[in-house]
Design a protein around this ligand. Structure first.
Ligand code: NAD
Ligand code: DAU
Length: 336
């Protein structure tokens, strides 16, 4: 395998993955296909602009002509492209279904047509729904609770159907909550870090006791690389950080690291359909030889400092999303 199509490569995890792969495999060539939605950002790849092994293509995974043309030049596809924010999916779900389900189907059809060696779908632990105790294995039925996770589950089922019906060489990974550099500042950690830097309140949903399993983005990239090269075709692999934290715990870590007061925490009405806890059993991928390497305490500190040092990166984005933040603020009030 020498050439890979990485869709959504200008987003948070996709851009970290492209950097990770080009460093690890000097002979690989990568084509990025990204629609540059509000979440996509060419700057996320700016350090790689002069790398001749990387080609950037601005286009949509729902565009068959573009997809066919690019897929005809590669050995493998990794699909990171998606609408990804749960809160946005509660207000507008059409684009989620369009990209996360139909876009996935169009990529699968191209993978089949051009006899791709491997098609890897980047999915999420959210497709299993919420779990009070224990952890979901890959065998657990899908029970998504938000329009976002429902659209991701739709994509996963399309992948399964393609493997079963056509023998398309598919793989699926389902990861837990990622954190790290270049994450769009609407997601919990970068949103709260950048608000705290500016002494703006941190809107904590509900009782703040919801639990997420935090995975450092480089550990996720290594897991995806591992499944790409060693995964069994047709199989699904969970990827988790083994770091369960409540939202209030994460919020306090951020405030303490930045030396900001707890009074910045603003309790707001809960997210509708808010999943209480996510947890995945990672035994299957561990048998393949992967496990997370980064210690949460070190990686989260490094991540917070990355946002402190890269203010110009996030300030431009936050300027552009002011209208959305105002909309959200009004929304918390309406929910009460
Ligand atoms: P992101 O929102 O930061 O990036 C998504 C990227 O996809 C953007 O660059 C965007 O421009 C691009 N995109 C969106 N629609 C497109 C389309 N129709 N055609 C081409 N490009 C399009 O997302 P992320 O957090 O980096 O997530 C990447 C993938 O990982 C997603 O599939 C997501 O479901 C999955 N995932 C994310 C997490 C997490 O914690 N962030 C955890 C598990 C799984
Ligand atoms: O579990 C993997 C998923 O993690 C990915 O598939 C999604 O793409 C990604 O967005 C993420 O979903 P979450 O809903 O868990 O992430 P988010 O950062 O939106 O929220 C994390 C937790 O923090 C959640 O319990 C809601 C809460 N929260 C979030 C925001 C943005 C708040 O309390 N206040 C906020 O302002």
């Amino acid at each position: 395998m020498h050439s890979i199509l990485v869709t959504g490569g200008a987003g948070f995890i996709g851009s970290n993955f492209v950097r990770f792969m080009l460093k690890k495999y000097p002979s690989y060539r990568i084509i990025v296909l990204d629609a540059l939605t509000y979440a996509g950002n060419r700057e996320n790849l700016s350090d790689l602009e002069k790398d001749s092994r990387l080609t950037f293509y601005h286009g949509n995974i729902c565009d068959r002509t573009v997809v066919d043309n690019l897929v005809s030049h590669v050995d493998a596809i990794i699909n990171f492209a998606a609408e990804t924010h749960v809160d946005r999916s509660i207000h507008e779900a059409d684009s989620f279904v369009q990209t996360d389900v139909l876009g996935t189907l169009i990529l699968l059809e191209a993978a089949r047509k051009y006899k791709i060696e491997r098609y890897l779908q980047i999915s999420t632990d959210e497709v299993y729904g919420s779990i009070e105790q224990g952890a979901f294995t890959e065998e657990h039925p899908l029970a998504p609770n938000s329009p976002y996770s429902a659209s991701k589950a739709g994509g996963d089922l399309m992948v399964r159907a393609h493997y079963k019906t056509f023998g398309t060489p598919t793989l699926v990974t389902r990861a837990s909550n990622n954190y790290g550099p270049f994450q769009y500042p609407e997601k919990l950690i970068p949103f709260f870090v950048t608000n705290a830097i500016d002494d703006i309140p941190l809107p904590l949903y509900g009782d703040g006791m919801n639990i997420r399993d935090w995975l450092y983005v480089d550990d996720h990239c290594e897991g995806v690389d591992h499944v790409l090269h060693h995964g069994v075709i047709g199989e699904t692999y969970n990827i988790g950080g083994g770091n369960e934290r409540t939202n209030i715990d994460i919020t306090q870590i951020i405030l303490k690291t930045l030396n900001k007061p707890d009074t910045l925490i603003k309790r707001v009405a809960d997210r509708p359909g808010h999943d209480r806890r996510y947890a995945v059993d990672t035994g299957k991928i561990e048998k393949l030889g992967w496990k997370p390497r980064f210690r949460f305490e070190d990686a989260v500190e490094e991540t917070i400092q990355w946002y402190v040092k890269n203010e110009s990166w996030w300030r431009k984005i936050k300027e552009k999303q002011k209208a959305y933040q105002e909309f959200l603020k009004k929304n918390y009030e309406d929910r009460k």
